[in-house]
Design a protein around this ligand. Structure first.
Ligand code: PGA
Length: 246
């Protein structure tokens, strides 16, 4: 797992957007897996700018999102459907038939998870998986303890995650459960790019990079991946010891 440390949030966003754009330039039919949250907003802004200036088309690509809250209809303002539409899919030339976000309101969530996992397989697996990291080390909504062999499934969110995400919801109550792509599915991606910005991620980044590979720190699994890269701003890298980055 290589870590690229750049000065600030904008530099991190630019670096990751460039890698994604390069992948699409080389292979326009790439299959991407994408995150939500605050961290990737700068990356999405840059990719949209590249598209608007005519330098980048997403028309041949396939997109999968990492996760969605359980119980939220796709038009709920705090849903990841709405987030992705407003920040990315609605602003580029993505083919709606090749945009996949788990349906949090599916009447049979287990069947939805199976359907989602099958769709990833049918697309030929993920070429580039972009991830954020939670303060507790989660990736997607794979909270600490998530089995490394897990697949797309319904999970219970940790109290700390619900607290961090509470502001998006009325009465500050985030949903208790979500659908997330599993650890094994993430790890089978041909390339993984993890973004982290800010001192509130420094502890999780250090635990993932310098600690043992352990299910108690989900992002540590990426150390077993042959082609995983971390893009960190200096604040997110501030707990890393000397000599481990470069
Ligand atoms: P954030 O979320 O980008 O909003 O910090 C990241 C995550 O929880 O994976």
């Amino acid at each position: 797992m290589r870590a690229h440390v750049v000065p600030d949030y904008e530099a991190m966003s630019a670096a990751v957007a460039d890698v994604v754009a390069q992948s699409l330039a080389e292979e326009p039919s790439s299959v991407l897996m994408l995150p939500t949250g605050t961290t990737p907003l700068g990356m999405y802004r840059r990719l949209v700018e590249m598209h608007r200036s005519g330098d980048l088309s997403f028309a041949g690509a396939t997109f999968f999102n990492l996760d969605e809250y359980l119980g939220l209809p796709p038009d709920h303002p705090a849903s990841y459907h709405v987030y992705m539409k407003e920040n990315f899919y609605g602003l580029i030339d993505a083919d709606p038939a090749r945009v996949f976000v788990p349906d949090g309101a599916a009447p049979d969530p287990e069947a939805e998870c199976e359907r989602y996992e099958s769709a990833i397989k049918e697309a030929g697996g993920i070429d580039v998986c972009v991830l954020g990291i939670g303060r507790n080390g989660h990736i997607g909504f794979n909270e600490p303890g998530a089995p490394f062999d897990s697949r797309t499934r319904v999970v219970r969110l940790s109290e700390s995650t619900r607290k961090v995400n509470a502001a998006d919801f009325e009465a500050d109550r985030a949903p208790e459960c979500a659908i997330t792509v599993g650890m094994a599915t993430i790890c089978e991606s041909r390339e993984v790019l993890l973004l982290a910005s800010g001192t509130n991620k420094a502890g999780a980044v250090a635990a993932a990079v310098e600690g043992e590979v352990s299910e108690s720190v989900p992002a540590s699994m990426l150390k077993t991946h042959p082609n995983a890269r971390l893009f960190l701003d200096e604040d997110a890298a501030s707990d890393l010891g000397q000599g481990v980055v470069g």
